[in-house]
Write a new protein. Structure first.
Length: 187
């Protein structure tokens, strides 16, 4: 997919986000700004992946497997992708049906599958990675290299800080309630 033309207008939801930051709350929380930037990056990549019949959800697992095609389990993939196991299971079934992965039992364990890329899944790396590089290039267009590097260092520090906070929360016994369980809880 070629990049959008400079004269193209953003979709209405993007217009609303830009107006929000420009007019309504230019000093709103950083979390919202990061979320909106991530949304833009995600949507840009989704458009490009869709042209190749790949969903953004499958992209996450392909990236992991391109780096570690060693027979990861569903649980390992869930942890690395930061997703719940039922979500991972559904995605893997679909990816298997598309011929991108194969699931194999190992060591006589009848329950645990190990996931491997097929030749088709492996070959997509050369097609899809340039699309992600393209959307990253578009995102930083016109921003000096030193500012991009500062942003990268800042975001990595934020990720590290938030990971430490999460580890402390888990040590304190805090858990994230699954969406399906929220309806069962009384607030």
């Amino acid at each position: 997919m070629s990049p959008p033309k400079a004269a193209a207008r953003p979709d209405p939801s993007t217009e609303a986000i830009l107006a929000h930051w420009r007019d309504a709350v230019p000093d709103d929380r950083l979390a919202h700004l990061v979320r909106d930037a991530a949304r833009g990056l995600t949507r840009g990549l989704q458009f490009r992946l869709s042209e190749h019949g790949i969903s953004f959800g499958h992209w996450a697992f392909l990236r992991i497997l391109w780096n570690r095609d060693e027979g990861l389990t569903q649980r390992q993939l869930s942890i690395e992708a930061g997703l719940m196991e039922p979500t991972t299971h559904s995605a893997l079934l679909k990816m298997e049906a598309l011929g991108l992965i194969e699931r194999r039992r190992q060591g006589g364990n009848k329950k645990r599958y190990h996931v491997y890329l097929t030749d088709k899944g492996r070959a997509l790396q050369d097609v899809l990675v340039p699309l992600a590089e393209d959307i990253n290039r578009i995102a930083v267009e016109g921003i000096p290299d030193e500012e991009v590097e500062t942003t990268r260092r800042t975001l990595l520090a934020m990720i590290r800080n938030l990971a430490e906070d999460e580890a402390q929360a888990l040590e304190a016994g805090m858990r994230i309630t699954a969406t399906r369980d929220l309806a069962l809880k009384k607030v």
